[in-house]
Ligand binder design. Structure first.
Ligand SMILES: [Zn+2]
Length: 126
């Protein structure tokens, strides 16, 4: 059951109210210090999880793909960089190189050929 935190507008005392989402709709919490009902909801953890949700939504939102021209390496590179940023993870030097070369207007086929050659060379001890 989530905990909702309120700050009293009268005495600034903070009150935690544990209740279900259903109860929250009809809740009329009161300050535990002065019994005032003039409470401001303090948004803390709930807001953070919402922003994570919206971040994931933007990742899965197909409209993000609509602006990408697959025949334009710069457009693809920009999209890939955006995806990399959204993931918030280190995508590795190969990803960085690929995005950089796409953004420079290089054809994806030639970049992929180069990168697969590099990978083969790296795994081959000879
Ligand atoms: Zn109060």
């Amino acid at each position: 059951m989530p905990v909702y935190e309120y700050k009293c507008q009268v005495c600034a005392h903070r009150t935690n109210v544990r209740m279900s989402y259903k109860e929250y709709d009809r809740a009329n919490p009161r300050c535990t210090n002065c019994n005032s009902s003039s409470l401001d909801r303090i948004i803390s953890k709930v807001r953070i999880s919402r922003s994570e949700d919206s971040r994931l939504d933007s990742l899965s939102d197909p409209s993000n793909l609509s602006g990408v021209d697959e025949n334009d390496p710069r457009s693809v590179g920009k999209f890939m960089r955006h995806m990399g940023n959204e993931m918030g993870e280190e995508m590795g030097p190969e990803f960085d190189e690929m995005v950089g070369r796409l953004e420079a207007g290089e054809a994806p086929e030639s970049i992929e050929a180069d990168i697969s050659n590099l990978s083969e060379g790296a795994t081959d001890p000879l």
